[in-house]
Design a protein around this ligand. Structure first.
Ligand code: B16
Ligand code: MG
Length: 234
């Protein structure tokens, strides 16, 4: 049996930091006269900080100098860091702890593959940093999801072939990145949004018994089709 690798996205998979991104982006956008809605925040999931600000300015039809742009990015991050400074392990999403524990017991390599430049601080706050064999995040990549760079680097960091990696992702761009990297893509969220994923579960509690075991032992095509039809059990 070859070695498998498990790559987790952070925001929306391990913790729900989208709500803090929302508060920080909304305050910033409003301060320069731009409205910012929950629906717009949805479109920033998995998108880098820089690309997020570019999108917000485009929505508000606003042009800024490079200096102003950089200062707004810094200001947003300051506000965001303030929110995450209050996080603790009660914010870990359902059954994530159990999933990580199971994989660690099975001696499966575990990596983080996130767009966030704050991933280490967040994992430290929720006491999960030491559960990861490798961290690849916004500090290590030049190309944002849907480019597969972040996941390919994560696979390399845990020394597992891309086709033997499994990716857990909540964003469409992240699922596309995993698919392009020829990894098994598992969408965590709504089936209607993440329909390009190989498997989709509302959260980790919806995975059928034995599914994780299959992921650790079987290739994609050998995993029972029943598990695919289970994906809509939300
Ligand atoms: P930061 P993920 C992404 O994390 C978030 O989903 C996205 O909303 C955020 O803009 C991006 O990280 C950058 O975050 O400002 O902390 O560097 O889902 O890829 O784990
Ligand atoms: Mg995410």
């Amino acid at each position: 049996m070859g070695k498998k690798g498990f790559i987790f996205d952070l925001d929306g998979v391990i913790v729900d930091t989208a709500k803090y991104h929302f508060l920080a982006w909304k305050a910033l956008a409003n301060s320069i006269g731009i409205d910012f809605s929950h629906q717009q925040n949805e479109q920033l999931k998995g998108v880098s900080r820089e690309q997020s600000l570019i999108k917000i300015l485009a929505w508000g039809n606003k042009k800024l100098s490079q200096d102003e742009f950089l200062s707004l990015m810094a200001k947003k991050n300051e506000a965001y860091l303030e929110y995450i400074s209050n996080m603790d392990d009660s914010e870990i999403l359902p059954a994530v702890n159990e999933t990580l524990k199971y994989l660690a017991n099975q001696r499966q390599p575990i990596a983080l593959g996130s767009a966030s430049k704050n991933s280490k601080q967040i994992l430290k706050k929720v006491n999960l940093l030491e559960k990861f064999d490798a961290i690849v995040d916004g500090n290590n990549v030049t190309k944002a999801k849907p480019d597969p760079e972040v996941f390919l680097k994560a696979a390399q960091a845990i020394n597992v072939l891309p086709e033997d990696c499994v990716v857990f992702e909540d964003s469409v761009a992240g699922i596309q990145a995993a698919n392009t990297a020829h990894m098994i893509s598992i969408g965590i969220g709504e089936a209607s949004v993440l329909n390009e994923a190989d498997f989709i579960f509302k959260d980790f509690t919806y995975m059928p018994p034995g599914f994780l075991y299959k992921l650790t032992t079987l290739k994609k095509d050998a995993i029972n089709k029943d598990d695919r039809s289970n994906q809509h059990s939300s």
